[in-house]
Ligand binder design. Structure first.
Ligand SMILES: *Cc1c(COP(=O)(O)O)cnc(C)c1O
Length: 395
């Protein structure tokens, strides 16, 4: 083993530990539902992205198993060789229907979808206006493209307009894109898409919305773009199949030409084996459930509203969130860690979110209420929050 590497790892791991920045990784002993089991302890789960509880839903499991029986466990190749099965085509048609676009392309994950889709269209002759709080996969996708990255102040539409104007007038760029999360995952705020579209129309910007936390949540489940009625204005409706949808995968929905291009130039589509048949079938079942049962999304929002109101009632300050994402901001990294440890000891499973996921000094507990939490579970969680909050002098 390389001594240089080992020294590097030891020093940097120690540094992270000292700063309270090293999250331990817990292992679940049963499925990821409203209650989870870790080290033999059953806990109320407020940490997943499994908004609708679909990750272990029977209809999805049945679809997965039936497709596995028919198609096998693996696709056998990358998409353009012979890894495109009927089930992939069906999934892409279903996504397009769900998003109200002409076509869609599925990737193996949301992360590699952003890596592939941004770099398929943007080059070093272009510029990308990117919200400063965009997800890591957007940042990496932008970097990979080689385009000039221009950071836009978070949700600041004046800053966007100013920077779009400067970039346009500089005459340096062939194309300019504006890229944003639809729902910002660490705060739960929703992108101001109506205003962004105005700026985009003024300056001929390409628009790209990553709606990983919006699909299955906003717009009666159809996402943030649909919520604002902007399906005809946003070029890239990107999303994940791993959060509310409950399975795994990523996608872009858009025009026929865009999807044709991504199938020709999206590198993870070209060079990484396709989604498994089982996952594809489970995603189809999930999208059908969301489209056929708008009440599921309503139940998620009811639970979130109930949970937020009660946290505020007992004295916690929440960050401004327009979605079920419920962050309790504590600031200091070690205090955040300590608070979440206490919650877990008391049977409420939450995750501290600290630097580098969010800026230093803005440590928080991000609560993710689910559709499948019962009122009793939420009440129990609130009781624990109140007890631990008082113990640590936070309320
Ligand atoms: C989770 C997330 C992704 C990554 O999606 P995966 O399918 O889990 O790879 C991309 N963008 C945003 C905004 C996300 O929240």
């Amino acid at each position: 083993m390389s001594e240089v590497l080992q020294t590097y790892l030891r020093e940097n791991l120690d540094d992270l530990k000292q700063k309270g920045l090293l999250n331990s990784i817990d292992v679940l002993e049963d499925h990821n539902g409203p209650i989870i089991k870790i080290n033999g302890q059953e806990m109320i789960n407020l940490a997943s992205n499994n908004y609708l509880g679909f990750a272990s839903r029977d209809e999805l499991k049945d679809a997965d198993m039936a497709a596995t029986k028919k198609w096998g466990v693996g696709a056998g190749a990358v998409r353009p060789i012979n890894g495109t099965l009927m089930i992939h085509k069906e999934l892409e048609e279903k996504i397009a229907q769900f998003k109200g676009t002409e076509a869609a392309i599925a990737f193996q994950s949301g992360f590699n979808c952003n890596m592939g889709a941004i770099s398929a269209v943007m080059t070093k002759k272009d510029a990308i206006l990117s919200d400063e709080l965009n997800h890591a996969s957007i940042i990496d996708g932008c970097r990979l493209s080689g385009a000039k990255i221009i950071r836009v102040k978070h949700q600041d539409m004046d800053d966007l307009r100013q920077k779009a104007k400067e970039a346009t007038e500089s005459g340096l760029y062939e194309k300019i894109m504006y890229i944003t999360d639809g729902v910002f995952s660490m705060d739960g705020d929703v992108a101001n898409l109506p205003e962004a579209v105005k700026v985009a129309e003024e300056y001929n910007l390409i628009t790209y919305v990553d709606d990983a936390h919006g699909s299955g949540v906003m717009g009666h489940g159809k996402g943030t773009v649909k919520h604002f009625g902007l399906q005809d204005k946003i070029d890239f409706q990107m999303g994940t199949l791993s959060k509310a949808i409950g399975v795994v995968g990523g996608y872009v929905a858009g025009t026929k030409e865009l999807i044709e291009w991504l199938k020709a130039r999206g590198r993870p589509f070209l060079f990484s084996t396709s989604l498994t048949p089982g996952a594809s079938a489970a995603c189809i079942a999930s999208l059908d459930l969301i489209m056929d049962h708008p009440e599921y999304v309503d139940q998620l929002w009811d639970n979130a509203k109930y949970f937020k109101e009660n946290l505020e009632r007992i004295g916690f300050t929440l960050s401004k969130s327009d979605t079920p994402i419920t962050p309790v901001i504590l600031g200091d990294e070690n205090k955040t860690q300590q608070f979440s440890n206490k919650l877990i000891e008391n049977g409420v499973y939450v995750k501290p979110i600290v630097y580098p996921t969010v800026p230093l000094g803005t440590g928080r507990i991000r609560n993710m209420p689910m559709r499948t939490h019962t009122k009793e579970m939420l009440d129990q969680a609130i009781t624990v929050y109140e007890k631990v909050g008082k113990e640590l002098d936070l309320i």
